[in-house]
Design a protein. Structure first.
Length: 326
């Protein structure tokens, strides 16, 4: 495995030494093969977490005993591919030694988060040494959050917020766009631009009868200063209708979770099915949720669940590197 490693943006440093299986409801499955981990990371579009360990060193034993088996650590299982790397895990092609050399690993333990690609790997950051569990997990979360910011189009399946969803529906989370919503099937990305903060995703039922989409975009500061929340919501409704060659019908105020909102229908001028739409203004960001189908209404189960599942989670996203602790 030939790898080109790009720069580190996060480093945490504490107790180090120079020179496995864990039980929980959500359990990290450690892969003991570097190349297999890289392939799985690319296939599943997840970050690669490589933990370099050295058997018998004090801090490696403490990390394994006091941190890696904690529920908070296991809760990260679905967010990355985890590789346990020791010199006993070398393969016939020398991938362990090559990655260790590329990353300049000289002390243990070291946990490295990587963005994988067929022609190169980018290092997101690393945790060097031992920290107490709460601090260690916080460092890992920060690095995973940095990776997720580099993938604004990525939607992750998460446990459903509703007790029952129609068959085939799941709840998806976009950490870059800060929303989660139930959709009929895994959504496709229509637009994902973290630079200008514009996102759009769409999904449909297996028979194609119901289409669901969510759009997120940030208003310019000047517009926020010149218009009220109600005016901005109605501007969004008109723009959404114009983009779909239709007219707004039955618009009514519909606050959502304490945020100003507007609910309306779009009746297309042609033969397309009507839309039911909910707009929510959260700070400077406008979320627009729309469902299209032959007989959709806000009382239809699928549409109700789609709208009820929408949340704006309070996700902490690191935007600056965290200072090293020495």
């Amino acid at each position: 495995m030939s790898s080109l490693i790009r720069a580190t943006v996060f480093v945490a440093l504490f107790g180090v030494a120079w020179t496995s299986s864990h039980a929980a409801d959500a359990k990290i499955e450690w892969i003991r093969n570097v190349y297999g981990g890289v392939e799985k990371s690319m296939k599943e579009e997840k970050p690669l977490v490589v933990l370099f360990m050295a058997a018998g060193t004090e801090f490696c034993r403490k990390l394994d005993r006091d941190v890696l088996d904690q529920p908070e650590m296991h809760a990260l299982a679905g967010r990355a591919i985890f590789v346990w790397a020791e010199n006993t895990d070398e393969d016939q092609h020398g991938n362990y030694a090559q990655l260790k050399k590329d990353l300049k690993i000289e002390r243990f333990p070291v946990l490295v988060v990587l963005k994988t690609a067929p022609d190169e790997m980018e290092e997101i950051g690393r945790v060097v040494g031992y920290f107490p569990a709460e601090q260690y997990v916080a460092h890992v979360k920060t690095m995973l959050g940095l990776w997720e910011q580099k993938h604004p189009g990525l939607l992750v399946a998460v446990p459903a917020q509703e007790a029952a969803l129609p068959e085939g529906w799941m709840t998806y989370l976009s950490r870059a766009a800060d929303f989660q919503v139930a959709m009929p099937q895994k959504p496709k990305t229509l637009e994902a631009d973290d630079h200008v903060k514009q996102f759009a995703f769409a999904s449909q039922t297996s028979d194609g009868a119901v289409h669901a989409s969510v759009h997120a975009g940030d208003f310019l500061k000047s517009l926020l200063e010149q218009h009220s929340a109600d005016q901005l919501l109605r501007m969004q409704a008109q723009w959404f209708a114009t983009a779909r060659d239709g007219v707004v019908q039955g618009a009514e105020a519909a606050p959502w979770g304490g945020y100003p909102g507007l609910r309306f229908r779009i009746q297309p001028n042609g033969k397309d099915d009507p839309h039911v739409v909910q707009c929510v203004l959260v700070g400077r960001r406008m979320y627009t949720l729309a469902v299209r189908g032959p007989k959709v209404s806000f009382t239809q189960d699928e549409v109700t669940l789609f709208l009820k599942s929408f949340e704006v989670p309070s996700l902490t996203k690191a935007t600056q590197p965290v200072a090293s602790k020495k």
